[in-house]
Design a protein around this ligand. Structure first.
Ligand code: TUI
Length: 314
């Protein structure tokens, strides 16, 4: 059985976090992952505080296991959502797309364990100083908002920069990826894309179909011009957006082109106007199954790979 310091720290069975996917990771998915022994996470994304409080309560009604809330720091509602997480005294807060320094004390005073996504060594060191419980090193293979570095480079750099437990994310969707993450120094993994295929994940059937069909070169990064690079499936929308970035379109028009695109993908399955966020690992995701089976299968797969690793050493 895989054992990890992060399991002990959080009271979970498997060192598997579910990524905080905006518009997607609701209370139902988070509870299913937590009931399966991982750490389920309710994503705030750009949603208002009332919605997030509602989803936290849904998760509480479906599981008595620990779960987290992901605060997307670029959200216009980040301040209110940060407050709701403290009021609801969730077990864990993960953060993304920014520096959560200004909220750390609020969450820590509420007894919440703070586990930020870091995409650089500098933020890793700052979060260590400010008392984070662990950090998530998320490489650019991931879906959604991406940093510059790959998982292969970022994880060992982050491990060298901190004594905190490090969770690896980006490009991990099976036991092989998880085993590799442990070899890089991580003590757990976070997966988003693999959980898009979970039976408890309520995305539009067209979204799920696209993930299950995705092959090696099916994702691309757009949004660099506006400073918010995001990885998504290579749909008509993504191709057109990419072209628009390199046209003489104004920044304002470009910004408007993206408005509402995440919702259109998740709720309407609209291939022409929706932005289907997904990591490179979509190519590795080939079937739908319960979230608990995903958690167990990935960890059992990692165990098998790690047990066989001595074949490389004489
Ligand atoms: O946050 C994510 N992934 C996301 S957020 C999101 S919602 C969105 N919608 C439209 C445009 C942009 C985002 C969809 N996917 N992952 C965690 C993550 N955080 N990846 C990279 C980072 C990151 C990057 C820079 C974290 C901190 C950071 O440093 C900020 C600083 O000030 O040092």
């Amino acid at each position: 059985m895989i054992d990890s310091v992060i399991c002990e720290k959080l009271g979970i069975r498997y060192p598997v976090f579910q990524g905080g996917m905006a518009w997607i990771a609701d209370g139902k998915l988070a509870a299913a992952v937590s009931n399966g022994g991982g750490l389920g996470v309710v994503a705030a994304g750009n949603a208002p505080a009332d919605y997030v409080r509602g989803q936290i309560r849904v998760a509480k009604s479906l599981t008595d296991k620990p779960f987290g809330v992901n605060i997307m720091l670029m959200s216009p509602f980040a301040d209110e959502v940060a407050q709701v997480a403290a009021e609801e005294k969730v077990a864990v807060v993960t953060t993304g797309a920014g520096n959560p320094s200004k909220y750390m004390e609020l969450w820590q005073c509420a007894g919440i364990k703070v586990i930020p996504v870091v995409a650089s060594v500098a933020l890793t060191k700052l979060m260590t100083r400010l008392g984070a419980t662990a950090v998530i090193a998320e490489g650019g293979e991931s879906g959604g908002h991406v940093g510059e570095l790959t998982t292969m480079v970022l994880v060992p750099l982050v491990c060298d920069a901190t004594d905190l437990p490090v969770i690896a994310a980006g490009g991990i969707a099976d036991g092989r990826g998880a085993a590799a993450a442990f070899m890089l120094g991580a003590c757990g993994v976070q997966m988003g894309t693999r959980f898009l295929s979970a039976e408890e994940c309520s995305i539009h059937p067209e979204y799920k179909k696209k993930i299950l069909k995705a092959r090696d070169l099916c994702t691309m990064v757009t949004g660099k011009r506006l400073g918010h690079p995001v990885r998504s499936l290579r749909t008509n929308f993504a191709r057109n957006y990419f072209k628009a970035e390199y046209s003489d379109m104004s920044d304002e028009e470009l910004e408007n082109l993206g408005v509402g695109a995440l919702r259109l993908a998740v709720q309407e399955g609209d291939s022409d106007n929706g932005c289907f966020l997904a990591g490179q690992s979509a190519a590795l995701v080939n079937r739908s199954q319960p979230a608990a089976d995903i958690v167990r299968e990935v960890m059992e797969g990692a165990e098998e790979v790690l047990k066989g690793a001595s074949k490389w050493v004489r």
